[in-house]
Design a protein around this ligand. Structure first.
Ligand code: SAM
Length: 261
């Protein structure tokens, strides 16, 4: 077993994060650069340092999780969500149950809440927002953003849902009522069920093919019939039928309803 692989096993025991399900070349490159920067020659000595230094452990976890996000990320896709997918869902449902998986700083679930508030009362919307990273979830709950994260937010929504305080933009409390933030590891935790829409963007690219396949099956089982799965703009699924989906639009997959003969 290589130095990196035994490190990966130790990290799994220590933190519950299974590095072997993340693409090895990329992950190893990122972690080697951190290890070298900190002056450790191999992963064994790096592991010992991590387990005796909380600050270093935090830095290491940040390196794994890559929390970059923004509101309306790839806005053209959010436009498809708004104009095509949401109307279809609202046609069939009184209430919407949505999961924003790997939500990072909350930009994505708040985008969903802002968008939906234009069409239905938010008391009819229930958004579960999850991430593996507890620290980032704390930030998401606070809802404080820089101007940069808001660059794609339509001006009217920016005025309506943010209060500016110096260089910070603070999200409206009303939006928070429709969102529940919760820790969830896509690689190991049981998947909640009964969703009309699952948004999981810009995290699947970090996982191995095998890990992604399991996630597709799990998401499929988490959706109601005809529920929709929205992925990131580099995360196209090549054989959606294999996982019980059909293409609804680019980067949108709809759960195929089972037919019983
Ligand atoms: C690049 S951000 C994506 C944020 C947002 N979905 C977006 O598209 O802007 C990736 C997020 O995935 C989370 N993540 C990484 N591994 C995860 C796992 N195994 N389970 C759940 N979330 C994970 C990270 O903590 C990070 O917040």
């Amino acid at each position: 077993m290589s130095d990196y692989q035994s490190f990966s096993q130790l990290i799994k025991k220590e933190t519950g994060i299974d590095l072997s399900q993340y693409k090895e070349v990329q992950m190893k490159r990122r972690l080697t650069s951190l290890r070298d920067k900190k002056g450790y020659q191999d992963f064994n000595s790096f592991y010992k340092a991590l387990t005796s230094d909380n600050v270093l452990m935090d830095e290491f976890l940040n390196k794994i999780t890559i929390n970059v996000s923004e509101f309306y990320r790839n806005s053209a896709r959010w436009n498809v969500l708004e104009k095509k997918v949401i109307p279809q869902l609202l046609n069939k449902k009184e209430k919407l149950k949505i999961w924003s998986a790997a939500c990072s700083t909350g930009d994505e679930p708040y985008t969903l809440a802002m968008m939906l508030s234009q069409y239905i009362d938010l008391s009819r919307v229930n958004i579960l927002a999850t991430d593996i990273d507890e620290k980032i979830l704390e930030r998401a709950k606070k809802g404080v953003y820089t101007e940069r994260a808001l660059k794609e937010v339509p001006e009217d929504l920016k005025k309506k849902f943010f209060v500016q305080q110096d260089s910070d933009y603070i999200i409206d409390e009303k939006l928070k009522k429709s969102i529940t933030f919760k820790k969830h590891n896509l690689l190991s935790d049981p998947y909640p069920k009964g969703f009309d829409l699952i948004v999981c963007r810009n995290v699947l690219i970090y996982f191995t093919e095998k890990a992604k396949e399991n996630i597709y099956y799990n998401f499929n089982a988490s959706l109601h019939p005809q529920g929709v799965f929205f992925v990131g703009s580099t995360e196209q699924i090549f054989t959606p039928e294999k996982y019980g989906f059909k293409v609804l639009d680019t980067f949108f997959y709809q759960k195929i309803e089972k037919t019983y003969n």
